[in-house]
Design a protein around this ligand. Structure first.
Ligand SMILES: [Zn+2]
Length: 156
């Protein structure tokens, strides 16, 4: 099957995939839309659907992967944004935007924290609970994504 090359700019968002976040060798097609209107993509390698994303949290503009994980750990410990700002030296606006990004990619973040960082389910839940407290600042889409990892979450 011949497909036009270079047409799809997204990379696979499934961390279990060999081509996770890889540009080279990826095989991704557009396949329908989500209810939210977001383009849905399908990876032919891992046979997984995923959503179009604008910069995954791990490829955040201002923060490295280890910095993001570090901030997540502070959130787990219920440190507030201002105290995280003090501890890490990152501006509170950067941290605020990270909360939105984490929520937007809730399922992926959940699985990274549980499987890579080896946090417990309870700790991860603590982090989402903390982010939820700031939910007035979250977009509707972020809340929809976060509701997938928080049973009983109600979208405002
Ligand atoms: Zn894949």
């Amino acid at each position: 099957m011949v497909r036009p090359r270079g047409e799809i700019s997204v990379v696979c968002q499934n961390e279990k995939c060999r081509f996770y976040l890889k540009e080279e060798g990826k095989d991704i097609i557009k396949r329908g839309k989500y209810q939210t209107g977001h383009q849905r993509y399908f990876c032919n390698h891992c046979k997984t659907f995923f959503m179009e994303t604008k910069g995954t949290p791990l490829y955040h503009k201002h923060l490295t992967k280890s910095e993001i994980i570090n901030i997540c750990k502070h959130l787990v410990e219920k440190n507030g944004i201002r105290s995280i700002e003090r501890i890490t030296g990152h501006h509170r606006d950067t941290i605020g935007r990270l909360l939105e990004d984490l929520a937007l990619h809730a399922e992926m973040v959940n699985s990274i924290l549980l499987h890579d960082v080896k946090l417990g389910q309870f700790e991860v839940d603590e982090m989402w609970t903390f982010i939820k407290k700031n939910k007035r600042k979250l977009s509707r889409e972020a809340q929809i994504q976060m509701s997938k990892v928080m049973p009983g979450y109600s979208i405002s």
